[in-house]
Design a protein around this ligand. Structure first.
Ligand code: MLT
Length: 264
């Protein structure tokens, strides 16, 4: 028989689950949970930049034609942005480099974005109660939100073209590390343990790790080395973009970083 103490401990355990690809999230699994969506290179990094630079909202779209149709319905300043295979989409206002999302470009703009993997991961996470957008650039601010949450946490990695990516797994592992050290028992899935190992091995040399993965290699081959450095700029921002509904959009969300959680 299980002792009352053991039962109490078990009841207090919070599930912290990592999904290394959106396709690995079981149907219905995110209901009642807080989902954290990651696409370090570059979609979620860019979303944080765009909103920190004064963007009003970001609307994620799965397909190029969807993005064009949505942009046509937006009133006020609108920016059509994104990439396919890393390259800007012909006819769009901006590509998917963080540096393009300046205050001048973004102020009061609604950014309509479609990317190969990241926006699709965001759309996959819609069934969660709460959806946060995470990157290294807002790592500690997201940690603070997750520590204050009581719901199960599902960390959804976008991956690169259907394959698991080093940089998303590494950031997922950094969140697992942070949540495993906040005075509350966590219940991890195997992917969370793998991600945690990845963080333990590569967290010390972040910029280098981002360069060697498939996504980083492709960006370097296209001359986007500066984007990799920008993506590795831990805690540059203190906003936690959050998905809102009716209509579906991402807004700046909570602001504030109480404590830096990245190990130095
Ligand atoms: C993606 O969504 O796959 C990424 O944003 C790709 C990229 O920016 O190159």
């Amino acid at each position: 028989m299980t002792s009352p103490t053991r039962e109490a401990t078990m009841a207090a355990e919070r599930p912290v689950l990592v999904h290394l690809l959106p396709s690995l999230v079981p149907t219905g699994a995110l209901a009642g949970a807080v989902a954290v969506v990651i696409d370090v290179l570059r979609a979620t990094t860019v979303i944080v930049h765009a909103l920190a630079a004064g963007g009003r909202a970001v609307i994620p779209c799965g397909e190029i034609n969807d993005a064009k149709a949505v942009a046509a319905t937006v009133s006020g300043k609108v920016l059509l942005t994104g990439e396919r295979q890393g390259a800007p989409i012909p006819g769009f206002d901006l590509g998917n480099s963080p540096g393009e999302f300046s205050a001048k470009a973004c102020k009061n703009a609604t950014v309509v974005v479609t990317t190969t993997n990241g926006t699709r991961a965001l759309l996959r996470a819609v069934e969660a109660d709460r959806v946060l957008v995470a990157a290294f650039v807002n790592f500690s601010a997201v940690c603070e939100q997750l520590r204050a949450e009581s719901r199960p946490v599902h960390i959804v990695c976008s991956g690169t073209d259907g394959a698991v990516s080093l940089e998303d797994t590494l950031l997922a592992g950094a969140f697992v590390d942070c949540l495993s050290d906040c005075g509350r028992e966590v219940k991890l899935n195997d992917a969370a343990r793998l991600a945690w190992d990845c963080f333990e091995n590569h967290g010390c040399c972040l910029a280098g790790a981002l360069e060697v993965g498939a996504g980083g290699e492709r960006l370097r081959s296209l001359g986007y080395d500066a984007d990799i450095r920008a993506a590795a700029d831990v805690d540059r921002f203190a906003i936690v973009p959050e998905l809102r509904r009716d209509p579906l959009r991402i807004e700046r969300g909570c602001i504030g970083m109480v404590k830096g959680h990245w190990p130095r």
